[in-house]
Design a protein around this ligand. Structure first.
Ligand SMILES: Cc1cc2nc3c(=O)[nH]c(=O)nc-3n(C[C@H](O)[C@H](O)[C@H](O)COP(=O)(O)OP(=O)(O)OC[C@H]3O[C@@H](n4cnc5c(N)ncnc54)[C@H](O)[C@@H]3O)c2cc1C
Length: 308
């Protein structure tokens, strides 16, 4: 069998339009509106998918046409460059959610974590309360092992359906994923999460809701405004925010971006910042902490798009 592979973005564009129509396939679409920091240049092509089947189909088409493909959830953990992202961006809004007996939850990867937590309360499933305050989607949360100080995605994941670069689907168990603090193997293989099965346990709705309200209250101290949450991972035994604060960088600005006065591990877009402004602050904080404490801070956020 011979396969024809066409490698230009226009052929993918035509293929996407043939399936989804001109209305849904966006060309040169500014990405700032798809990420929490509200920065970033355009994507060559962009499609918002609404089901797991659409997600798989779009992913396979991109591969068939040999175009780079980037999947975004809520863009709450990424810094997209001012030059944007070449190739194809899929915005994942596949959000089917099903509750099975004994606290087992099946969630499409585009499911909003807060919606999942609230629905779990309605279904009297406990153990997923910690997701209430984390902005993002299930798929990204698995890939980056999102969580709070004490509870991470890896603690509740039962299994996950992924698709690899060749379009092959398979199921993986947590033991396949090399989970660690804000880490998983998926970050490195680039496999895409399609669906995740999470393990809760039967609980009482009023208790679950009380716990979620507490967790949300604890977050009230977090800086307001467009950010990506914590920019850096906490180094072992310390806090990135404390180290940056000790370097006197709270309130430090570049362009429209500022290291938050409330929490020095947050960078806030206060006034039409560019991605370059934010990147300058990240570099400044890293250099200052390395110089003063000899500690190399590692980014929790991920860089997307073209960077020099
Ligand atoms: C105010 C604020 C508070 C935050 N608090 C926390 C917190 O307490 N704990 C915490 O862990 N994080 C926190 N974050 C960071 C963020 O919420 C999490 O990292 C979340 O998991 C990001 O989800 P997302 O859908 O927005 O991912 P995106 O930013 O869209 O994507 C993140 C990465 O995952 C990849 N990805 C997206 N979808 C998939 C998929 N289906 N399969 C595989 N890879 C995928 C993307 O390509 C990208 O590399 C916070 C962020 C903000 C803005």
């Amino acid at each position: 069998m011979t396969t024809t592979t066409i490698s230009d973005v226009n052929s993918l564009k035509r293929a996407l339009i043939a399936v989804w129509g001109e209305e849904r396939v966006r060309i040169e679409e500014p990405l700032a509106r798809y990420c929490n920091w509200k920065v970033g240049g355009p994507a060559d092509l962009l499609l918002v998918v609404r089901t797991a089947d659409e997600l798989i189909r779009a992913w396979r088409l991109a591969r068939q046409h040999r175009q780079p493909v980037t999947v975004l959830g809520f863009g709450a953990n990424v810094l997209i460059s001012d030059r944007g992202i070449r190739g194809f961006v899929i915005v994942n809004r596949a959000e089917r959610l099903a509750f099975h007996p004994r606290g087992l939850v099946e969630a499409d990867s585009g499911t909003n974590l807060a919606v999942l937590a609230k629905q779990a309360a309605l279904h009297e499933v406990s153990g997923l309360e910690f997701l209430i305050g984390i902005p993002g989607t299930v798929g990204a949360a698995v890939a980056v092992n999102a969580g709070t100080r004490t509870r991470w995605m890896s603690h509740v994941l039962e299994r996950v359906r992924v698709i690899d670069a060749h379009g092959r689907e398979r199921w993986l168990a947590p033991s396949d994923l090399a989970f660690a603090y804000r880490e998983s193997r998926l970050k490195h293989t680039g496999d895409l999460v399609i669906t995740a099965w999470l393990r809760g346990r039967p609980g009482r709705r009023d208790r679950i809701e009380r716990r979620m309200a507490e967790l949300l209250r604890e977050r009230q101290h977090q800086p307001a405004g467009p950010s990506a949450g914590s920019v850096f991972k906490n180094p072992p035994g310390d806090f990135a925010g404390r180290l940056i604060e000790q370097c006197g960088l709270k309130g430090y600005r570049v362009g429209g971006a500022k290291i938050s006065e409330r929490h020095a591990n947050f960078i806030v877009n206060t006034d039409r910042a560019s991605a370059a402004d934010i990147k300058s602050l990240i570099d400044r904080a890293k250099a200052a902490v390395a110089e003063r404490f000899g500690i190399r801070l590692e980014e929790e956020i991920r860089y997307l798009g073209e960077w020099e």
